[in-house]
Design a protein around this ligand. Structure first.
Ligand SMILES: [Zn+2]
Length: 364
């Protein structure tokens, strides 16, 4: 069994707004279920601390930090129509990123094999100069930079299976070939970005991979996207660490979106990532919570994720079953994305020779 780590900070419950889908109950329900099921007993508990300002500043502008701190210290407000700030939000955002950094440290120092940071506010929509879409600091981007600066990791793969496109993460690393970003998401949908043709800037062309899916894609479609697109691209890139933006709002019951994943489907995706991590980077897989707005689904999806990460024999906790009705297939879409990224064939990994060493050309 793996030593799987959790980080959780009760302070993060203070960032909340009644009536908003991204509220304190998301974490509270999940923690209650983990305790009831005895899952917590088998996890490595990592302490939460606020992220050091220099870690946040590796991704965000000083002006944004000051503005967020000032809004919080005045009692709160909104960054946009969806994104609230209350008087504890600045500290909660620091702890959300900081908890993830501590969990990352634990994995890099081999105190744990893998882990999931149960933190909020979430992060993948946050941009360098502003938060948006319920997100204040770009947690996963801060963690990728931290891995590079503090742990000497050169190449980081960031995978995002939240139903929304991780526009913040994409934008932060768009011109950086040392971070490979893969997102599968509902499209067109909030926040509007994430077309397949967004491939990275000139010096990082091909290091952004988007799989923009129509509604009602389910377990099979997602798994195929991981096997036909993510797998070959990850093997080409050879990451030393895999980070996962784990949003559970692509579940068929989620109130905010229209995808058809089940908890079993999510488990298969996490297993796929664990296989890639074992093959490519010593099993180092660090996950962080993003979205997921059906409280019971979210709690069970989180519990299942921990059990999968541990390698438990009966990992699935799913009272809801598979999506009803017909799910959409994505064969044609994946054919096109394979062509865009120069991936040939359905499952084999022999690539044009000029693609093989593109990472080395940039000295990474
Ligand atoms: Zn989302």
């Amino acid at each position: 069994m793996n030593r799987t780590a959790i980080v959780y900070d009760v302070f993060n419950l203070r960032h909340t707004l009644e009536g908003h889908p991204e509220n304190f109950r998301r974490l509270k329900h999940a923690m209650e279920l983990l305790a009831d099921q005895g899952v917590l007993d088998n996890l490595v508990n990592v302490a939460s601390t606020p992220a050091p300002p220099e870690a946040i500043l590796s991704v965000h502008t000083p002006q944004y930090l000051e503005r967020l701190q000032s809004i919080a210290s005045r009692g709160g407000g909104h960054l946009d129509a969806d994104t609230y700030v209350n008087n504890d939000s600045y500290e909660a955002a620091l702890r959300s990123a900081g908890g993830l950094l501590n969990l990352l440290d634990a994995v890099m120092w081999k105190q744990a094999d893998n882990g999931l940071a149960l933190v909020r506010p979430p992060g993948h929509h946050a941009r360098a100069h502003n938060g948006m879409g319920f997100c204040l600091f770009a947690n996963v981007a801060v963690a990728a930079r931290w891995a590079q600066k503090q742990h000497g990791v050169h190449r980081v793969l960031v995978v995002d299976f939240d139903v929304h496109h991780g526009n913040g993460t994409q934008e932060i690393f768009y011109h950086d070939p040392s971070v490979l970003f893969f997102s599968a998401h509902q499209f067109p949908y909030y926040p509007g970005t994430g077309a397949a043709t967004e491939l990275g800037g000139e010096m990082a062309y091909g290091s952004t991979i988007n799989v923009p899916m129509p509604p009602h894609v389910g377990d099979q479609g997602y798994l195929e996207a991981f096997q036909r697109i993510l797998g070959p691209m990850a093997r080409r890139f050879r990451p030393e660490l895999i980070l996962l933006s784990a949003g559970f709002d692509a579940h068929w019951m989620d109130p905010l979106a229209s995808m058809a994943l089940s908890i079993e489907g999510y488990a298969a995706l996490v297993q796929e990532l664990m296989g890639l991590a074992d093959e490519l980077c010593g099993g180092r897989l660090v996950c962080v919570l993003e979205g997921g707005y059906h409280l019971q689904v979210l709690a069970h999806a989180i519990s299942t994720t921990f059990q999968v990460l541990r390698g438990a024999p009966n990992p699935i906790s799913d009272p809801f079953g598979p999506a009803p009705g017909t799910v959409r297939n994505v064969h044609g879409l994946l054919d096109q994305i394979q062509a865009l990224h120069g991936i040939r064939g359905k499952t084999h990994y022999s690539l044009p020779s000029h693609w093989l060493d593109w990472g080395d050309e940039f000295g990474i």
